[in-house]
Design a protein around this ligand. Structure first.
Ligand code: GLP
Length: 256
């Protein structure tokens, strides 16, 4: 965990996979290892296309081997705001459809910001309180935004290392890319509620997943660029236990 004023930098462990399936399997194994070592783990989890393969494998494990998710406490990274919880493109619905409805995570131990909340700032404060009550997150599995956004959660460019759960307007680039998830692209909400950079960095261990060429610039910047608010994912280099698991396309700009 980063102590105030401690800006020691570390080299994340980078693993490049030739096949998407291998990456999904790796993420799944890391999840299961954590859950086995500590059944009452607190996890931060992502949404998006990248972790979908991991959720599919976890659901298969539940069906085939009766994997036990009952002890876990889960905090999602983010949610759009405003959005109805059962909107097909909400992250709440994504989690239900891809994971929660198929495993035995306890409903009272799965948390995600409420996109229906009347006041986004109040909801962010409530979520921050909940998150803090659970103690330190054991493992945060996160993705990275597309193009030059370098966002983690929805911490867009300009986010500070001290940022905590809050309302965040969508970056124009993110809006354009993520509108593909909405039936009518104009339906994409104007904002989000996201865990802050500080919340993510407080996890004991962080696993960053990235797939595809659209992530190559961001991954290179995360690992080799300047560290600062213009590249929020670069803050991960202040954390001593980060693994970056990526496919070859996302590794495309890393020097060999
Ligand atoms: C959204 C989420 C991020 C996620 C990113 C990547 O923008 N807020 O938390 O990392 O999507 O999405 P995908 O995996 O679809 O590329």
């Amino acid at each position: 965990m980063i102590e105030a004023g401690d800006l020691t930098t570390y080299k994340p462990k980078v693993i490049v996979f030739s096949y998407t399936e291998e990456l999904d399997q790796f993420a799944t194994s890391r999840f299961v290892e954590q859950m086995t070592a500590k059944p009452h783990s607190v996890l931060t989890l992502p949404t998006g296309s990248t972790p979908k393969g991991m959720y599919d494998l976890l659901v298969k494990l539940r069906r085939a081997q009766d994997a036990d998710f009952n002890g876990l406490t889960i905090y999602n990274l983010d949610e759009y705001w405003p959005i109805k919880r059962d909107h097909p493109s909400s992250y709440t619905q994504y989690m239900r459809e891809n994971f929660i409805n198929h495993v035995n995570v306890r409903n009272d131990r799965w948390h995600i910001p409420n996109g229906e909340a009347r006041d986004a700032n109040d909801e962010a404060a409530y979520y921050e309180d909940l998150l803090c009550q659970s103690g330190r997150v054991d493992l945060a599995i996160i993705g990275i935004g597309p193009g030059t956004t370098c966002h983690i959660g929805f911490n867009e460019r300009g986010s500070s290392i001290e940022s905590r759960t809050r309302y965040m307007p969508l970056d124009e680039q993110t809006r354009q890319v993520n509108s593909r998830f909405f039936r009518d692209p104009n339906e994409i909400p104007s904002g989000t509620i996201t865990q802050g950079v500080a919340n993510i960095l407080e996890a004991k261990s962080i696993l960053l997943l990235a797939k595809g060429e659209s992530k190559a610039w961001g991954i290179n910047q995360t690992l080799n660029g300047p560290i600062g608010p213009e590249f929020p994912s670069s803050y991960l280099r202040y954390h001593p236990d980060v693994t970056v698991a990526i496919d070859q396309a996302a590794a495309g700009l890393l020097s060999r």
